[in-house]
Design a protein around this ligand. Structure first.
Ligand code: SF4
Length: 364
């Protein structure tokens, strides 16, 4: 089976206040690409059917560097016809030259980090762009691409029901094909968390957060977006094939600083230290997943999907009957109306989604 390929570009113009991803505001892009190309050699000839260039902000690279990256990807791997090839971009970093370079290189999907169309919220979370810049970027991108995701964040500081609804309405009006909408997670190492500790953040409470999520589901479904994963909504046929590999726990190769790979039941974790990476010390850790690890990971990831656990696939993978193996947990949540079993699938109901962490933890 062909694998997914993830490539991490760890550079951004400015660090956002909520971000704990491995990304730097300065660095030698050329040197980083050279080391990335060296790392790629380990996987020469691998069959790939999804590529995702993420970060960081991959579109801080120049048009020439982006072209060179794809030339190397295409000459190293066996990229199958009809592969999904996505690049992450940020408003304010996409130019006509870069869009042309991406198109010419075979990219067929863009994922644009917008987070909100409210200028006040954007300012509080330290984004480099305004709402207008985001709208202009999306409109420009649409001249070159017909498969565009935008990332949004709900429950941002200062957000209200009205501002969140307005953001969603703007997103839909722009005619994109996919919307990811995760709730804000306050990561301990971030400036936003420090503000939170000092009591300086005006955050929506849990009830409002839940209301925002319910509105997103009903509004986006009414507009033709299917909630195929807890936080991901797509027009028919525009689901992210690359991310589905993660949710299906299928094999993928991750390259670049902090990237992870999953290959034949072994997880590989690259270093998060830029100096080490640039000196050619790519791998930090690797370990074989036990059968129990593989099962648990599969159940937790698949429960994120609207389709949930496919009982036939579970039997093929683990030579066991999912429903009976976890009968007590399955019966309990089905009786509570938080899960359902239909047509060989076991999945969370919408009510179950709000308790997903608790439910998932019972399978561990
Ligand atoms: S643009 Fe993305 S990766 Fe870069 S700092 Fe902001 S959230 Fe983090």
């Amino acid at each position: 089976m062909a694998k997914g390929l993830y490539i991490h570009i760890p550079f951004c113009i400015k660090k956002c206040a909520y971000c704990d991803f491995v990304s730097f505001t300065s660095g030698d892009f050329q040197k980083y690409l050279d080391m990335l190309f060296l790392e790629m050699e380990k996987y020469k000839g691998e069959e790939i059917d999804t590529v995702f260039i993420g970060g960081g902000t991959p579109t801080v690279l120049s048009a020439e560097q982006l072209e060179r990256l794809f030339e190397k990807v295409n000459s190293t791997f066996n990229i199958l016809p009809d592969s999904e090839i996505t690049v992450e971009a940020n408003p304010g970093t996409l130019t006509v030259d870069k869009l042309k370079a991406l198109k010419k290189s075979g990219v067929n999907r863009l994922s644009i980090g917008v987070q909100s169309f409210n200028d006040n919220e954007l300012k509080v979370i330290g984004r480099i762009h305004s709402s207008k810049t985001a709208i202009d970027t999306i409109n420009l991108a649409k001249e070159y691409f017909d498969n565009i995701n935008i990332d949004l964040i709900s429950a941002l500081p200062e957000s209200t029901k009205e501002s969140f609804f307005a953001t969603l309405k703007t997103a839909v009006s722009l005619g994109v094909q996919h919307i990811s909408c995760y709730s804000l997670i306050l990561e301990e190492s971030t400036p936003l968390f420090k503000k939170y500790e000092k009591g300086e953040l005006n955050l929506p409470d849990e009830d409002l957060e839940r209301e925002m999520y319910d509105f997103a589901v009903s509004f986006l479904e009414e507009k033709g977006f299917n909630r195929y994963e807890i936080s991901n909504f797509a027009k028919s046929g525009k689901e992210s094939r690359h991310n589905l590999k993660y949710w299906n726990t299928d094999d993928y190769i991750g390259l670049g600083i902090s990237a992870h790979s999953l290959i034949s039941g072994v997880r590989y974790e690259n270093t998060c230290d830029l100096e080490k990476y640039l000196s050619g010390e790519f791998l930090e850790n690797s370990f074989s997943l036990t059968d129990k690890d593989r099962k648990t990971e599969y159940i937790i990831m698949r429960l994120r999907l609207k389709d949930g656990i496919d009982e036939t696939e579970y039997k093929n993978r683990f030579l066991n009957d999912f429903y009976n193996e976890f009968k007590d947990i399955n019966d309990k949540y089905i009786n509570l109306g938080l899960m359902k079993r239909e047509e060989g699938k076991v999945f969370l109901t919408l009510e179950g989604v709000s308790l997903s962490n608790t439910i998932m933890s019972e399978y561990v």
